[in-house]
Design a binder for this molecule. Structure first.
Ligand code: AP5
Length: 186
């Protein structure tokens, strides 16, 4: 299965991805995790990315497309993967579509996790990651609304979008996601 997660910061993408990749034996491709690892390793890419991440802005498309294209070629992706945090712009989605079409391996589903903004602030305030200060969270939400939300229409038109309510316990949300995936597999 080839799955994309879309949702605002704090929606629970990373949390749910951990359980889903175990259940369905998928590779977990989190662009946020990849960028934070590159930043911590002080690579050139990581240091460039940090300038954007610390402000709550998206890193440039060409940088992230390069990273993810290389990652998709790794052998563990052949059995399926969950893209967590990519694509986040129409340009990224078009690039992904072109790559997957060339390989004859289209996406199976795009799962949107929907959570109201006040709950996102509550969740992120309790986490304490470097980009979880209120001003940076606000900017991440602006980036989500302006650059990522248009993907809902983009994938909706392709008939790939399924929206899941992200409110409730981690287990409740997981059960909804699993039900959506099991329904697709029927
Ligand atoms: P990224 O790491 O992808 O961050 P994000 O999208 O802002 O998402 P978060 O990790 O904050 O939230 P999440 O939805 O994964 O929620 P989580 O499970 O952690 O990106 C970081 C930055 O990298 C971006 O700002 C950008 O600069 C850059 N970047 C990454 N990808 C990029 C791309 N493709 N293009 C350009 N730039 C890119 O949960 C959050 C908290 O809530 C946790 O504490 C968790 O325990 C809690 N929680 C989860 N579920 C529940 C629940 N059901 N109930 C209560 N609490 C819950």
């Amino acid at each position: 299965m080839r799955i994309v997660f879309i949702g605002p910061p704090g929606a629970g993408k990373g949390t749910q991805a951990e359980q889903l990749v175990r259940t369905y034996e998928l590779a977990h491709l989190s662009t946020g995790d990849m960028l934070r690892a590159a930043r911590d390793a002080k690579t050139e890419v990581g240091q460039e990315a940090e300038q954007y991440m610390s402000r709550g802005e998206l890193v440039p498309d060409e940088l992230i497309v390069r990273i993810i294209s290389q990652r998709l070629q790794q052998p563990d992706c052949r059995k399926g993967y969950l893209l967590d945090g990519f694509p986040r712009t129409i340009a990224q989605a078009e690039s992904l579509d072109a790559t997957l079409a060339a390989g004859g391996t289209p996406l199976d589903v795009v799962l949107e996790i929907r959570v109201p903004e006040e709950e996102l602030f509550r969740r992120l305030a309790g986490r304490g990651r470097a980009d979880d200060q209120p001003e940076v969270i606000r900017q991440r939400l602006v980036a989500y609304r302006e650059q990522t939300e248009p993907l809902l229409d983009y994938y909706g038109k392709q008939g790939l979008l399924t929206t899941v309510d992200g409110l409730g316990s981690v287990e409740e949300v997981f059960d909804r996601l699993k039900a959506a995936l099991d329904e697709l597999a029927r």
